[in-house]
Write a protein that binds this ligand. Sequence first.
Ligand SMILES: Nc1ncnc2c1ncn2[C@@H]1O[C@H](COP(=O)(O)OP(=O)(O)OP(=O)(O)O)[C@@H](O)[C@H]1O
Ligand SMILES: [Mg+2]
Length: 335
Amino acid sequence: MAGSGVAHLRLGAEQILTVEELVVQFPTKGGQTVHAVSGISFDLLDGETLGILGESGCGKSSAGRAVMQLPPPTAGSVRLGNDELTGLNAQTVRERRARMQMIFQDPVSSLNPRRKVKDLVAEGPKIWGREVTREQIESVLHAVGLDPAVVWERRPHELSGGQCQRVCIARALMLDPEVLICDEPVSSLDVSVQAQILNLLEETKQRYGLSMVFIAHDLAVVKNISDRIMIMYLGKVCEVLPASSLAERALHPYTQLLLESVPDMTPPPIEAGTVAQRATGELPSPLNPPSGCRFRTRCPLATEECAAVEPQMREVEQGHFLACHNSGPGASGVA
Ligand SMILES: Nc1ncnc2c1ncn2[C@@H]1O[C@H](COP(=O)(O)OP(=O)(O)OP(=O)(O)O)[C@@H](O)[C@H]1O
Ligand SMILES: [Mg+2]
């Protein structure tokens, strides 16, 4: 399967996580295939936060879960440091995966409702046969801003959504991970609690020396927390750029569309009339994705080339990569 290229991978750098040509497909009962993720690649450097941005259904969660091998991807490679995670037996995957933890979108349903906070937090190390002391649990609860005396005996339904997300972060920290994958960790929380949890994730990252993949569809949230941003559309990568360049320098028509949907982030126009005014239609079905560039059916810049040839990632300025025939320096076509 054709990917969108790997020009944005930083070869020669010390990557803590490298994902190459990741493919996730789901068979349907009717014998069709859902193409959720179709050959995406990305890497993560030590201490870095990579934001993955894209609209609902573009494959963000499928990609995050496949990186965790929950379930393993249909194809592609996932390396944690130098250790390959794909194609191994379940036990070896579990051992290697412990260095990478995931925080989910809905904190309440990701916790076992029958267990108390003290047991939920101790669960991970205990599965590995490690003793956990009361002091360790109290210390990690303090680190995520929970008072052990208050929450110790409580079950998830006795906590707020924000407190549940704090418990999830505490559970992940107990396993001393190097990489934290956060899948929309604040989207089910109200705005004031969102800010608290985002600050907590930022503090935790510094304090525990973590690297982070932060998945979200909220552009403002991703921009603030990330160093580098990868924009996904219908299972593909369309642009990768530094978070600090997003508002001023984004070039892909789809990224422009996302920026235009945020009132205070109007992007530089590609040409007269905004992309959002001219972009049409809904996200096409992942059962039958468009040929060539998958965004072409909604793209105001689309040409015949876009239907025939899938654009590959190319560097348009330092650290800024784009997969589009018709935008950015070196564009091959004119809309
Ligand atoms: N287990 C599954 N079986 C079949 N199709 C699935 C399965 N999981 C996801 N999909 C489909 O794969 C596509 C990508 O879904 P995914 O949940 O990865 O998107 P997402 O970008 O995380 O969306 P959201 O922002 O709404 O969470 C969607 O079309 C979805 O319906
Ligand atoms: Mg999702």
